[in-house]
Design a binder for this molecule. Structure first.
Ligand code: NAD
Ligand code: MG
Length: 293
């Protein structure tokens, strides 16, 4: 980043997105345009040197942008992702390798409680510690009516967005040293539900309260808990059932900034919430939504 002025309105893709749809969970390498996670642009200055980070959903989108930024700020990074996303994870490993860094890849399904516990332990072991946990994996499928939401979908949304968060945090906190940070990815849906995202918005509302409650519990131990609440950001989740066809084509155009966000535009928030410069900030939710709430 430089001090050069950048106009946010025309920084990235504006207007309709090309027609595209993928099977869940989707690969961002096959998207058009490919989301910008900072591969070619994020420049670090050592703000997280010596830190050890686990990022769920780190293969693509917002999690990938956080992973790249953390690594370029000097942290050791492990990511989790669904096994079907191995190609995106491998692409990211190459980005790390070009930077002279190693990406620890820990694939597996976070809707499984035992897997989540093992994931935390393995990340701590492979990284040599764990003081930064980003709980970011999410499941979102648009349905016009409550009558179209199957029990299976409702269950998967809650397991991914709420249960996994609980399982991961529960396993991690006991061994996180004072000064550690937990960052959870919430949503504008945490406060203002989209009418076709009822189950998703319900889970994201839960994330807001979990963040605030866990922050109160962990503050005396010196562990901070905050959340980032994105608005429309161009990622694989959106073209793999997260939006209707129309919603995906027009994605983000109704924000005051007039376009969808790109994952790299959120990376700075994750870094800021991770570093000790925000040591008095806990239990707070930070927006990145182009002006729409
Ligand atoms: P993304 O598809 O790039 O990332 C989501 C990730 O979740 C996937 O890469 C996958 O690795 C992970 N995941 C989902 N189910 C999983 C499972 N069962 N096991 C393991 N991993 C699983 O999309 P994204 O938009 O970057 O999503 C990241 C977070 O941002 C999500 O929590 C999402 O709800 C949130 N969010 C996104 C937007 C947006 O507009 N893109 C807006 C608000 C909130
Ligand atoms: Mg992915």
């Amino acid at each position: 980043m430089t001090g050069k002025l950048v106009d946010p309105t025309d920084r990235y893709h504006r207007g309709d997105f090309p027609e595209q749809r993928q099977e869940w969970p989707g690969l961002q390498r096959d998207m058009e345009p490919v989301p910008d996670c900072g591969e070619a642009s994020y420049v670090g200055t050592g703000r997280l040197t010596g830190r050890h980070a686990l990022v769920t959903g780190g293969d693509s989108g917002i999690g990938r942008a956080a992973a790249i930024a953390f690594a370029r700020e000097g942290a050791r990074v492990a990511i989790n992702y669904h096994p079907r996303e191995q190609p995106d994870a491998d692409d990211l490993a190459q980005v790390f390798a070009r930077d002279g860094q190693e990406l620890v890849r820990l694939p597996g399904d976070v809707t499984d409680a035992a897997f989540c516990a093992g994931l935390v332990d393995e990340a701590r072991e492979k990284l040599g510690g764990l003081d930064l946990l980003v709980i970011n994996a999410g499941y979102q499928q648009a349905r016009e009516s409550i009558e179209d939401i199957s029990d299976e979908q409702f269950d998967r949304t809650m397991k991914t967005n709420l249960y996994a968060m609980f399982w991961l945090a529960k396993r991690a906190v006991g061994s996180m040293p004072a000064g550690s940070a937990i960052i959870i990815t919430a949503s504008v849906n945490s406060f203002n539900p989209s009418d076709d995202l009822l189950d998703y918005a319900t889970s994201k509302g839960g994330i807001e309260i979990f963040t605030k409650g866990l922050a109160k519990q962990l503050a005396p131990r010196g562990i901070r808990v905050n959340a980032v609440a994105p608005g429309p950001v161009w990622t694989a989740l959106q073209i793999s059932g997260g939006q209707s066809e129309e919603g995906a084509r027009k994605f983000g155009q109704d924000t005051p900034i007039g376009r969808a966000g790109q994952p790299v535009e959120l990376a700075g928030l994750y870094v800021t919430l991770a570093e000790s410069g925000t040591s008095f900030t806990t239990g707070s939710i930070f927006g990145a939504n182009g002006g729409s709430l």
